[in-house]
Every structure is written in C-alpha cells, then in structure tokens.
Design a protein around this ligand. Structure first.
Ligand code: TYM
Length: 350
C-alpha cells in the first residue's frame, strides 16, 4: 500500500490486512464517521482484507452503564453496516467475544514500559486532575489496543489523528517483542491517517476535538441526529464574521472556519482547496446552510438505515457472533505461536 515507507520491506512477509476499532460508548459522531468509518468503507471497497472491531473492553476503562453499553454496541454495529461495511466481505465483531485480545494484551503489558505509558497524552486527558482515581485499565489501554491490532498481524490501521501516539506505541511494542525474543513475529504496523477530516473539531470551539464525551451536545453531530438537529447545530456553529478566503493559508488562525471547510470537503469527497475555490468570498450565512444540506444528504440515509437495523437486535447479535468466529479463527493460531515464543507450556488439546 505504501511501498515508499521504510517499513515496507520489514513487513514484506505479512500480507496487507487492515484492522481498526471504535469505542461503542456514547454513540458515533461525525468525527468518527469522517475520520474513521467512511474511510473503513473506502478501504473495504478497494478490496483490502479488513477487520473492524467495536472495542467494548476499551469502553469500560471508564464507567459504562451496562444496559447502555450493550445498546451502544449494537447501535455502533448498525452504524457500520448502514455506512456501508459489508459484514460478509469485512469482519465486524465486538472485542470481548474474542479472548485473544485480552490474552495478548497481558503479554504486551509485560513488554511495554512504564515510561512509555507515562507519555500517553490520551491517558493524561482522560484521567484529568485526579490520576489516582483513574482505572488501571485506562492506563493500560494502549497495550490492549496494540493487542487488537497485532493479534491479527494487521499491517495497516486507518484512524484519525488523535490515535497517532497509540499507533506509535503499537510499533514500539512490536519492535521490542521481536527484539527481546529474537524473532520477526509481529509486523510494524503503518498508521493510515489520510484525507481532509483526520481531526474534526468541536462546533463550539475550533481548537478542541469533536468528541462524544463533550458535555455540550451542540459541539458535535451524532449519527443519530435528525435533519433538523443537524441543520440547527451547523447554523449555531461558532464562526467568525469574515467571508471565506480563496487560499488555505488565509484560513490560518481561523480554526472554526477551517473546520467547517474540512468537514464540507470530507463529506463531498473533494479537498479543502476545492471547497474554497467554490465558496471564496461568501460569508457563513450562505456557507452554513449548504454545509448542513450536504451533511443531511450524506447522513440521513445512514441514520434511517441504522434505526431500521436496530429494530432487530437479535440479527445484529448474530452477525457480531459470526464476525467474532471469523476473527477468532485468525487470531487463535497467532496467539498460540506467541505463547510458544514467550515460553509457555501449551499442552492442552484445542
Ligand atoms: P475512538 O472510539 O475514540 O474513535 C474511533 C475512531 O474515530 C476517530 N475519531 C476522529 N477522527 C477525526 N476527528 C474526530 N473528532 C474524531 N474522533 C474520533 C479516531 O481517531 C478513531 O480512528 N483507541 C481507539 C479505539 C481502538 C482502536 C484499536 C483503533 C481500540 N483498538 C485498534 C484502531 C486500532 C479509540 O478510542 O477510538
């Protein structure tokens, strides 16, 4: 995929395989959709083998009300399918159904160093001021993420910008494991952080990431929002009084404007520069309604299909179960080999 990369030769013996995950807590946002889900569909449609996971074990690193977690997991699965993930072509499942993730994570807890974990900015952000009260799981989170990816010998991971540091840690874990045990067992995974929407920002503050954990619902578009809510949120989105310029450089220092241009480009499948060519000189009074219209046009069919799929939760569960079986068939032999390498006696008949 990226032959120019220095790791292309190191990974040559691994066939291209994509893995990515989304936390099923609190519903999917436009940030998840543009930064991840829409790109998952593109990768699938390029014919690349892909495994997509609803990471319910990552979700419980902060408190989740059990019934809500179960609902959100099914809803996220419905979102994937509604957005175009074909569960026959790609593998779609929830993490807790494949025990290899937790087992490999333990091995990686013993490979990763405290110093590495201490540098993780997401832990610092999520733990906030009271680090003593954060769960041990939140601290170990990136090792479980490395296990998600490496349990499948995945070579490429499409994510948004906020996951870059975790993927660097995944690479460090693979390299250290291979080095410590004198093997060439885990691939050194490539992050795929591409496109106009690798960092979708809050609609209330262009310097903050759009996030499901933001207390203000007006800061984000949810995939479950109806057309009126979407239009209202874009109408009220914070902007500045200036018209749109004709160059990207001129958007510097205008984070809210830049964010709306990026969102438009990502929804439309064009580039931010092309958006500026089309809208230069126009104020937000005319740009925002066009953006809202485009967003509704793109998201309404997904929202409708999601709620249709949610009427049959048993079907969603069955589909996740089939996905988990396929995922396990790939991960189990890799995990078995990994235990052998580490020196565990493996005499049980499986
Ligand atoms: P999560 O659940 O926070 O987000 C899922 C995906 O959506 C992307 N994303 C965004 N992209 C652009 N703009 C935004 N505002 C935005 N918000 C979220 C994220 O970058 C991500 O790609 N740790 C991961 C889940 C995970 C994972 C993995 C990902 C667990 N194991 C293995 C890849 C591979 C997370 O919390 O993502």
């Amino acid at each position: 995929m990226n032959d120019a990369s220095p790791d292309a030769s190191a990974n040559a013996r691994f066939s291209t395989r994509i893995f990515s995950g989304i936390q099923p807590s609190g519903g999917l946002t436009l940030g998840n959709y543009l930064g991840a889900l829409k790109r998952f569909v593109e990768k699938q449609d390029e014919g690349i083998e892909a495994i997509y996971c609803l990471v319910d074990m990552h979700a419980i690193t902060v408190w989740q009300e059990p019934a809500r977690l179960r609902h959100a997991t099914r809803e996220a699965a419905a979102g994937f399918i509604a957005a175009g993930i074909d569960p026959e072509r790609s593998i779609l499942f929830n993490q807790s159904q494949v025990s290899a993730h937790a087992e490999l994570a333990w091995i990686f807890n013993c490979v990763a160093r405290m110093g590495w974990m201490n540098r993780m900015t997401q832990f610092k952000d999520k733990a906030g001021k009271d680090k003593e009260a954060a769960s041990l799981g939140l601290y170990a989170y990136p090792a479980l993420m490395a296990a998600d990816i490496l349990a499948y010998h995945a070579t490429h991971v499409p994510v948004g910008e906020d996951q870059r540091q975790h993927l660097e840690l995944t690479r460090d874990i693979a390299i250290k494991f291979n080095h410590d045990y004198g093997v060439d067992f885990f691939p050194v995974t490539e992050p795929l952080i591409e496109g106009a929407a690798t960092r979708v920002m809050s609609l209330r503050d262009g310097t903050k990431k759009m996030s499901k954990s933001d207390p203000s619902d007006m800061s984000r578009i949810n995939l479950t929002d109806d057309a009126d809510a979407i239009a209202q949120k874009f109408r009220k989105a914070r902007t500045d009084p200036d018209p749109l310029p004709d160059t990207l450089e001129a958007l510097e220092g205008r984070p809210e404007a830049r964010n709306l241009v990026n969102i438009y480009a990502a929804l439309d499948g064009t580039s931010p520069q092309e958006v500026l060519v089309a809208f230069a000189g126009q104020g937000f009074g005319s740009f925002k309604p066009k953006l809202a219209e485009l967003a509704v046009e793109s998201l309404a069919p997904i929202t409708a299909e999601m709620s249709r799929l949610m009427q049959d939760p048993a079907e969603i569960d069955a589909l996740l179960g089939r996905g988990a079986e396929r995922a396990e068939a790939i991960a189990a032999p890799i995990l078995e080999q990994c235990f052998e390498i580490v020196g565990m006696v493996r005499s049980r008949r499986r």
